[in-house]
Each structure stands twice: as C-alpha cells, then as structure tokens.
Design a protein around this ligand. Structure first.
Ligand code: SF4
Length: 242
C-alpha cells in the first residue's frame, strides 16, 4: 500500500542542517508546543488541518524520491525535520528506508521524544541524529514545551552508544529559565556520554516566534560566551555558539 506523508516544505539546498549541502524535508505536525517555536505553523497535527487552506502537501515516498533525484549529484545528503518528523512514524520509516536504498546519507532533526522501541528501529536506517535538548529538568521542560523530556534523554543515551549523534542543540532564551543552570546540567549530561559530541548553543532571536515571546531580548554575546565556557569547563570539546 502506498503511504503518504504531510510535507510542509522541501528546501533543496541548505548548509545549516547537518554537514555539507543538504536537501531538507520538513514534515508537518509536532507533539510539543514550545514557547520558543520558530515555526509554529508546523505544529498542527495533519488530522486537524484544513487541506484546502494550507501549504502542506500530501506526498508519497515515490514523489519525494523523484524530486530529490534531480539534485542528487549536488547534495551530500538529506535531513528530515519538522515540526517533529517522528510524529508521522510509519511514513518516516518508509521514507528513510527508501532513501538509504537509493544511496542517500540520511539525518533526522528531532525533539527526541519518539517511543524508545520505535526510535531503535529508526536508528537502523538513519546515519545521524540532530537532537534538541531544550531543558534538562523535567518540570521546567514541561513548562516550556508542554511535554516530558524522559524519552528525549533516553534516546540521546541510545544514540550516543551507537555513535549516531551529529549534534545536540539548546536554544538560549533569557527570562524563562536559569540558562546557566540549564546549560551546566545539559553539558554535564552530554560529557558523561561522550566529550566529543557536538553541542550547539543557539542564540534566541525574535524572528518567526509567537507573540508571547516577541518582547524577549536575545541573550548578549557575553552571556553566550559565558555559557560556552561552562560547557568547556564541564569537559565538552566541541561547543558551537550561533
Ligand atoms: S519541537 Fe520544534 S517544531 Fe515542535 S513546537 Fe518545539 S520548536 Fe516547534
């Protein structure tokens, strides 16, 4: 049976979603509701979408392969993002299996919340994972995203063991939590798994976010470099600020 996915958009060439030049496929729907979401239009789950009034397209794996094959020789690989790409698990699994069969390097950009057994299944067909670990303490994570982070931390541990983490990212937003404590705890957690894992501290910027955050300023360069220093002091060897 042909499976269809709800695709928000495809960017054919991106240099910020993994190594090299990549095509990025954004799947519609997310199971989190982050205060800081830069793409809130990708959150509504597809069942609730009015398909006549949206940019979301229904595409089969075959449709996607046809589109990708045109640029195959110009890209290093494909990154699948969202929304939260794992929300469409059956379609995503079919897509990654077929991308591998066609010789693509496949990365997933995920909030990490997929059920553990499904995550382990997915890892067989994916080269690397880009995780968001937004907040370390579960209570604060629920406050900022509407969801627990227990599975996120478990999945990060699983992917660390198989050396399939490309990067872990945290957006630094002033005002809502103590970023020094949060980054301190996250960087200690990552260092306990593997000091070489790349950790990216992303500076919160107002563009694209919802109104409730519009009045929040970005952290200063000094604050970001202090946070980086905390990570380095905790032993992390690959810390990026952007
Ligand atoms: S996980 Fe990503 S897409 Fe989902 S609400 Fe949070 S920031 Fe937005």
């Amino acid at each position: 049976m042909i499976k269809y996915g709800y695709i928000r958009k495809i960017i054919y060439f991106s240099a910020i979603d993994g190594p090299g030049n990549r095509t990025v496929i954004f799947l519609q729907g997310c199971n989190f509701n982050c205060l800081s979401c830069h793409n809130p239009e990708t959150i509504p789950i597809f069942n609730n979408l009015n398909m006549e009034n949206t940019e979301v397209q229904l595409m089969s794996v075959y449709d996607i392969l046809k589109v990708l094959d045109k640029n195959k020789s110009f890209i290093r690989g494909v990154t699948i993002s969202g929304g939260e790409c794992t929300v469409q698990f059956e379609f995503l699994l079919d897509l990654v299996m077929n991308l591998k069969k066609h010789g693509y390097e496949v990365y997933l950009d995920t909030n990490g919340s997929l059920e553990i057994s499904k995550f382990q299944q997915m890892l067989h067909f994916v080269d690397k994972i880009i995780f968001d670990l937004k907040v370390f303490e579960e209570k604060e994570h629920i406050k900022l995203t509407g969801a627990s982070n227990r599975k996120v931390k478990r999945n990060i541990k699983i992917a660390a063991v198989s050396h399939q983490i490309y990067e872990i990212r945290t957006v630094v937003i002033p005002k809502f939590i103590d970023n020094y404590k949060n980054v301190d705890k996250i960087s200690k957690f990552i260092a306990s798994l593997d000091k070489n894992i790349q950790y990216k501290l992303t500076t919160y910027r107002q563009q694209g976010v919802r109104e409730n955050l519009l009045k929040t300023n970005s952290p200063s360069k000094k604050q970001m470099s202090n946070l980086k220093e905390i990570c380095n002091n905790n032993g992390l060897l690959n810390v990026i600020v952007n």
